[in-house]
Design a protein around this ligand. Structure first.
Ligand code: BJW
Ligand code: ZN
Length: 255
């Protein structure tokens, strides 16, 4: 595809890229998004599942929902979008600020990942905070802590809960410093995560959105690319690879 000329210029001069990603980047890996026609929450109401009170009043139901999703995530693989972001590390300083809990950026090999909503591969005891990795062999009933008998929950951020402070503070700093901020596959309606691209813009970053449809943030971006992340991101990578001369060539040699 033909990219906007000012975006090409930015790609040639930028040193640091920040990717702010959401469920849409994993859609082509077969993981359902949250909202929209095919969204997870057409079938399951968020207020019934993604909050602490729901877990306390019906732990088995909430646990079963997470086990169902873990199964899908375990079988999924990173797609061309995740891998393109990883490969852009050969040319730029790349930071990935993700709302996803699926660890597909990690499995694609990205170096600098800030997980704002936790990671579904981890669990912890709600009472003594002991951590448990793994999937408990997909048990459908909520497991109990070996130390204290407390309920074990997934290490994800539910509505009304604080984001992991270290990840959010670092992500916010990266947002202040990046040259280009890509907003990929997110409805950009969940806060405080959605402040990340706004912070980037306030600090002079060029904003590029990649989504199959317009979102809450579309009217604030410099460039809205309508299309699938798994197709557009590899095209951006190819464009970068096609640049010759200047410091881009030096960067290729350096890496
Ligand atoms: C494609 C594609 C393809 C498809 N290619 N694109 C203002 C400030 C602060 C807070 C608030 C505020 N206003 C309201 C709040 C409260 C609340 C909130 O934001 N509510 C809004 C919904 C209104 N926020 C919170 O409660 C947060 N905590 C908080 O505020 O704490 C305060 C506090 C402070 C101190 C102490 C204590 C408390 C927490 C939010 C947690 C969100 N958690 C979830 C669940 C995580 C666990 C799990 O996975 O189960 O996170 S909700 C869900 O939404 C999940 C996602 O990460 C998040 C964002 O969704 P995402 O990724 O954008 O997915 P979708 O489905 O919405 O969009 C997919 C997009 O992809 C679409 O646009 C498609 O078009 C696109 N797409 N295929 C490209 N192939
Ligand atoms: Zn415990």
């Amino acid at each position: 595809m033909e990219f906007k000329p000012d975006f090409i210029e930015k790609l040639k001069t930028a040193k640091s890229l920040l990717f702010f990603t959401g469920a849409g980047i994993s859609a082509e890996s077969g993981i359902p998004t949250f909202r929209g026609d095919e969204g997870l929450w057409k079938k399951f109401k968020p207020e019934e599942l993604a909050n602490f009170n729901a877990f306390i009043s019906n732990p088995d139901m909430v646990w079963e929902w997470y086990q169902y999703r873990r199964k899908i995530i375990n079988e999924a693989k990173p797609n061309a979008g995740h891998f393109a972001i990883k490969e852009l590390e050969n040319f730029y300083d790349v930071d990935v600020v993700t709302q996803n809990v699926d660890n597909l950026h990690g499995r694609a090999g990205s170096k600098n990942i800030y997980e704002l909503h936790g990671n579904i591969e981890r669990n912890y005891c709600i009472d003594c905070k002991t951590f448990y990795n793994g999937n408990f062999d997909f048990e459908s009933k909520v497991p109990k802590c070996k130390n204290c008998g407390g309920l074990i929950r997934p290490d994800v951020v539910w509505f009304g809960e604080a984001l992991p402070p270290e990840a959010f503070i670092k992500a916010d700093k990266k947002a202040e410093q990046c040259d280009i901020c890509f907003i990929v596959g997110t409805s950009a309606i969940v806060y405080p995560a959605a402040y990340i691209p706004i912070t980037a813009k306030k600090n002079g970053a060029y904003l590029v959105e990649i989504n199959i449809q317009p979102t809450e943030i579309t009217n604030q971006v410099d460039y809205s690319i309508v299309g699938k992340a798994g197709e557009i991101l590899p095209e951006i990578l190819n464009k970068v690879k096609s640049f010759t001369g200047g410091f881009m060539a030096e960067r290729k040699e350096k890496n």
